[in-house]
Design a binder for this molecule. Sequence first.
Ligand code: NDP
Ligand code: MG
Length: 385
Amino acid sequence: MMNRITILGSTGSIGRQTLDIIAEYPDRFAAHCLIAGSNAALLAEQAKNANARCAIIADESRYAELREALADTGIEALCGRQAILDAMTDADADTVVTATVGYSGLEPTIHAIRSGKKIALANKETLVVAGELITTLLGQSASTVIPVDSEHSAIYQCLVGETPESVRQLIITASGGPFRKMTIDQLRAVTPAEALRHPNWSMGAKITIDSATMLNKAFEIIEAHWLFGVGAEKIKAVVHPQSIIHSLVEFVDGSVKAQLGLPDMHLPIRYALGETERLATDAERLSLTDCGPLEFFEPDMERFPCIGLAYESLRRGGNTACVVNAANEIANAAFLRGEIGFLDIYRIIVATLEKAQFVATPTFDDYVASNEEARRIANELIASK
Ligand code: NDP
Ligand code: MG
């Protein structure tokens, strides 16, 4: 059976690699609808190359460009929020890959879950912002989620055939980012260009900065909590600079399972689209004798305090992680524009948390309001600096 795939965020790093996997297995996968933020030219080119049925641009001001580029191709061109939400519930799509960045993934993912889609989830912010709501909705729907994030794909693979009671802890590996060995004084002075140079992974700008602050690891701890139903006290991060072991699970009998592979996102995307079936590939393979020694270190919470925000968010619960995410989206972008320093990102998040209203049991509308409030507070904090 052909699996018809819709990609929310096809022009980004994960989106482009998802199209590679669709092209690698033409007998199994077909691109159904491709969706981008504002890059109409690349979206149109992708839709033509992949022979997609439909292309949607979120930014309505780029619609004319998309429509023109797709004229006479038979590919439907659409734009805006409602078209995206309709694509999430389109009966002709089997799987949705959520490869958009940040908070923008939340509402479409909720629609995809409600209509019972198979979801390959890359957009971790959806689970960070509203993990409790998403988990509840998944419990009420036929929808399934397979993680694309490499660490969660690894844990998912380690848990196959195991019972929840047998798990002692989840160990999430972290490369440590480009600034792993820097002192606080050095961190104060790093530039956006330096932060964008990730040692092992080539990713979109936002997640690359989140990896440099290690807030990405905090997000992944929260993501693991909701995906696997494991308490925060049983989830730890360990720095593994080579990014060969993608994560591990320790069991009650003392056994530890790990998943290894080259640091290449095609691997977890292939596993998620194959719905855990192992799809054979000719892609480059891991050679244990060539990959060099594998090292492990405790993360340094003093230099990378963002990791602690995972435990704080899960302890406080409610809308806390939603506020952390929103403040980070603003601070991350301000750092990239050169408006604040690297260490200010954490400070802005903490200051926003202090000012934002706490909501203990948020509804979807509460998340929307909380996201807006936190963004406004973070913007004010940056402007008054
Ligand atoms: P990119 O910034 O490279 O790509 C983001 C994609 O989302 C682009 O296609 C962009 O379109 C699109 N987009 C932006 N805003 C909207 C919107 N409002 N509606 C629809 N589409 C939109 O991000 P990445 O691919 O790096 O990351 C995507 C997600 O996957 C993130 O949540 C990230 O944390 C996660 N992830 C990424 C990994 C990686 O290796 N890159 C690894 C693990 C997780 P446009 O190009 O037009 O702006
Ligand atoms: Mg990851």
